[in-house]
Design a protein around this ligand. Structure first.
Ligand code: FAD
Length: 385
């Protein structure tokens, strides 16, 4: 389908594809096997200006929006969504800084993120606060002109690898989530350390782990926005980032469809390539159709966001839910089409199937997001009545 990309968007997309094929493809199985953080590929991405894509031009970026980020995510995920996740987490971790940071904060950090010299991360989740993000317990109590952080964040992408963390903590615990604020915390700040590193089913090239704060004094000037703005900052961020997970899913499914298609053309059974079997053709047709529908929705929502639209909570959730459910089905069907070979590590589709699972869980589980979509529908109906 024609998506009417600008010249700059075409360049970004083709560059991301080239890095994925030339640099990531040869090592993806090894990164997955060893659960190794892809530092050399992060450097390749940085050298190709990929981290500049999501940073404004004033801070040495290329000034891309949600759509350009989706294009990169799709191309990287087509080959390895673990690497793509490590890249995306830096965009996630720097988003609130772009939106709410002071000029001084932006000047200090954004150029380093744009150059890829420093990775960023975003830390909301805790053991008591997953889908229910309102139940965070980490505190940030005002003291000595700064804030003293205590608590543990879990399941944080880029934990230990990133240099800059956007952390959400309670500055006024009595008010619950209405007393939450967001902070920039640098790696190396005394009292900030890294706990358990998770071992995962998929996206194993990415790092996931705990952030531990023990009497960690963060300077007052590291707050993003004002005290008490933590939760609105998080909601705004997630509305904008969810199409990126959708793009990750689209890329994953594209990679799986291509692998299954190629295999079906060369695998001979009963004297013919299995692609001549109508049962296989119908599966491939359904996979391709669902994939294109998801791509359309993801691109549409990303472009809506970039247009400056004010409200798209529902659409953003829809794009994430639809694309990630699609990716789970398409990657599973790719394994099915490839039979026993698809189940083996000699082919990439078993990894893609494992990688697809997390896209249905993070940045709002698909069940929780369906509830949110239904809530928005009811709100809209109530407004009309
Ligand atoms: C690999 C990985 C990377 C991650 N990266 C980050 C990161 O960088 N930063 C960060 O802050 N967090 C991160 N997370 C956390 C992630 O966002 C949470 O895991 C996710 O929000 C789900 O929370 P939970 O795991 O506590 O599941 P739970 O909330 O315990 O959910 C368990 C089950 O209950 C269902 N459920 C819960 N509430 C509802 C509801 N209201 N309606 C319907 N069903 C519901 C869920 O759908 C799920 O099936 C990451 C997680 C993983 C696994």
């Amino acid at each position: 389908m024609e998506y009417f990309l600008s010249e700059q968007q075409k360049t970004i997309k083709s560059l991301a594809r080239r890095i994925a094929e030339e640099k990531i493809l040869p090592v993806r199985a090894e990164l997955d096997e060893k659960e190794e953080f892809p530092w050399s590929i992060i450097k390749d991405l940085a050298d190709s200006d990929m981290f500049r894509v999501f940073i404004p031009e004033e801070y040495e970026g290329l000034g891309g929006g949600s759509f350009e980020l989706c294009l990169v995510m799709e191309e990287l995920s087509r080959v390895c969504s673990g690497v793509a996740l490590s890249y995306a987490a830096s965009a996630l971790g720097s988003y609130s800084l772009k939106e709410y940071g002071t000029e001084e904060q932006k000047q200090k950090y954004l150029p380093q993120i744009a150059s890829g010299e420093k990775l960023a991360a975003f830390a909301l989740t805790e053991s008591t606060a997953g889908s229910d993000a309102t139940n965070i317990k980490t505190t940030a109590i005002p003291e000595d002109g700064g804030y003293v952080l205590n608590g543990t964040k879990q399941f944080i992408t880029n934990a230990g690898e990133a240099e800059l963390y956007t952390v959400v903590a309670l500055t006024n615990p009595e008010k619950g989530i209405r007393g939450a604020s967001a902070f920039l915390v640098e790696k190396g700040t005394p009292g900030f350390s890294f706990g358990k590193k998770e071992r995962k089913m998929g996206v194993r090239a990415s790092s996931t782990g705990e952030l531990v704060f023990r009497n960690c004094l963060v300077p007052g000037e590291n707050m993003l926005g004002r005290e008490g703005m933590g939760f609105p900052i998080v909601m705004r961020l997630l509305d904008r980032s969810r199409p990126g997970v959708g793009a990750q899913a689209v890329g994953l499914a594209q990679g799986a469809l291509e692998a299954a298609f190629d295999y079906a053309r060369q695998r001979i059974q009963f004297g013919h390539p299995i692609i001549s079997l109508q049962a296989v053709q119908l599966m491939l047709a359904d996979m391709a159709t669902a994939l294109e529908a998801a791509r359309l929705l993801v691109y549409g929502v990303a472009r809506t966001i970039d247009s400056g639209a004010k409200s798209f909570t529902e659409e953003s959730a829809m794009a994430k839910v639809f694309a990630t459910d699609m990716a789970m089905k398409v990657t599973t069907d790719a394994v099915q089409i490839m039979g026993g070979a698809g189940y083996m590590k000699d082919y990439p589709v078993e990894k893609m199937m494992r990688d697809a699972k997390i896209t249905q869980i993070y940045e709002g589980s698909n069940q929780a997001l369906r509830t949110a979509i239904a809530f928005e529908l009811r709100k809209r109906k109530a407004r009309r009545e």
